[in-house]
Design a protein around this ligand. Structure first.
Ligand SMILES: [Zn+2]
Length: 468
């Protein structure tokens, strides 16, 4: 019955004004769609009107992109939110990137609704002068693909029009565990192909990916494929501690244990192939959306608090190394480095780039744990750190093999110790002529290399997931 009414309402949509019984202010804020049996069914047509309205009304912060078509040819819309008058943050650094999708399963309205609300909350906040919303939009880009499965949504079914479970159709251990209807091959469906294309081309540097569903109230982090904790367990556990420590009691678990073994999901793909910190947000124990925006905000208020926390703190969801000092004496280079981020990194190295642009020296790989400060020493030989070279830091943003690499110039100069007993030329940098004269240190002896490589190998084993 609900399906039939939904279809009829969908066909009538262009002819009748939405929610005509409500006052104007409520209309503006309502979950778009039509009442069907005590809940609101947001059709793809209603959502298209809604997001087009956002783009028309708020071009300064809303950029609407058509990023592919469903199997039946409906546009997959991504609402891209940021203060588009600024390409970067005020300090010139890149904005943080957040990716959200909803509606893989066409009958999970509360999941789609949370994706919709995540966009709407920042649009309303910006327009009302809410400081938190302004901060977020000035410092990040929030990309929201509200409805990934419009064909399934409009006929109220879990599957897409080809009877495929889109959340088993991703190219990460596709069809390698007991599952139903994963499709004929990974990315056989236009919806999942479009979603992965968007991840790879538009938001490859995202530091948060949340995919929204409903049915059991829980947040799931990788893996679905394996019961083992993922390489970045520290980050996921840290987030759980924060969320459960005052924002929400929502259970947060490894998907395989929290729900059941599953593979070929967008969550495992997002983490294992893209290297994003990823959550499946199972919004509620139910599927339907109640009838008004106020009720929706209440119903999903706690879930929205969790989303706001994840988005406000996106800066922390990676390793963020900050070199405090580099000190060189005749035989040893000492590196003091702080990790301001909540993810560890296992493959960091410090490099000395000579004037001619060659890597004249590179440390062996080292680890820096999350929220930690480390002092590392490397054996070096004389004579290498001469001339107007520069220091460079290379590391992966997270432990997972797929994590994006960071390659950045270290903004401080090294301190050179003239000899072991004598004066300490603190503050005399590499580019100071005195320092250059006393720069008598050289090629790495790689004394620590064996140890460090062994650790990396261990991580590779734990990272097995990303090797397909
Ligand atoms: Zn689902």
């Amino acid at each position: 019955m609900r399906v039939a009414v939904g279809l009829i309402l969908c066909m009538l949509l262009p002819l009748v004004p939405l929610s005509s019984a409500l006052p104007d202010s409520a209309q503006e804020e309502m979950w778009p769609g039509d009442p069907v049996d005590n809940h609101v069914h947001m059709t793809w047509a209603a959502m298209t009107l809604e997001v087009s309205g956002w783009a028309d009304d708020y071009p300064g912060i809303v950029d609407l992109a058509d990023v592919g078509k469903s199997e039946l040819g409906k546009s997959l819309w991504v609402v891209r939110l940021s203060d588009w008058s600024m390409e970067t943050k005020a300090d010139g650094t890149s904005k943080e990137i957040i990716y959200i999708d909803g509606g893989h399963h066409g009958n999970e309205y509360l999941g789609t609704a949370l994706a919709w609300l995540s966009a709407k909350w920042y649009i309303n906040g910006w327009n009302e002068g809410n400081e938190e919303a302004i901060q977020v939009l000035q410092n990040s880009e929030v990309h929201v693909l509200i409805m990934l499965n419009p064909d399934g949504n409009d006929i109220d079914t879990r599957w897409n029009i080809n009877q495929v479970d889109l959340n088993r159709n991703y190219d990460h251990y596709w069809n390698s565990c007991p599952t139903t209807q994963p499709g004929s091959s990974a990315f056989s469906e236009s919806e999942t192909a479009a979603n992965s294309n968007y991840m790879n081309t538009e938001v490859p540097d995202a530091d948060l990916y949340v995919t929204m569903h409903t049915g059991v109230w829980i947040m799931l982090y990788p893996w679905g494929k394996w019961p083992e904790q993922p390489p970045d367990w520290e980050l996921f556990h840290g987030i759980r501690e924060d969320v459960n420590g005052g924002i929400s009691e929502i259970p947060i678990q490894n998907a395989n244990q929290g729900l059941y073994p599953n593979c070929g999901t967008s969550r495992d793909y997002g983490y294992g192939v893209m290297g994003f910190p990823t959550f499946t947000f199972e919004t509620d124990d139910e599927q339907f959306v109640p009838g008004s925006f106020e009720a929706l905000e209440d119903r999903l208020g706690e879930e929205m608090d969790v989303m706001r926390y994840l988005i406000n703190n996106v800066w922390y969801w990676r390793a963020r190394l900050d070199v405090q000092s580099i000190t060189v004496d005749a035989e040893t280079l000492t590196l003091d480095v702080v990790n301001d981020g909540m993810a560890s990194t296992a493959n960091a190295s410090l490099e000395y780039i000579s004037e001619s642009g060659e890597v004249a020296w590179a440390s062996p790989y080292f680890e820096v744990n999350a929220t930690n400060s480390s002092t590392l020493t490397f054996s070096v030989d004389k004579g290498l750190f001469t001339g107007d070279g520069m220091w460079n830091l290379n590391y992966q943003k997270r432990v997972i093999n797929a994590a994006t690499w960071v390659n950045e110039t270290v903004e401080i100069n090294a301190s050179f110790i003239e000899n072991d007993e004598e004066s300490f030329l603190i503050g005399y940098g590499l580019f100071n002529p005195v320092s250059v004269l006393v720069a008598i240190v050289g090629v790495a002896a790689f004394a620590n290399e064996k140890e460090t490589r062994r650790k990396v190998d261990d991580d590779d084993e734990r990272n097995g997931a990303s090797e397909n």
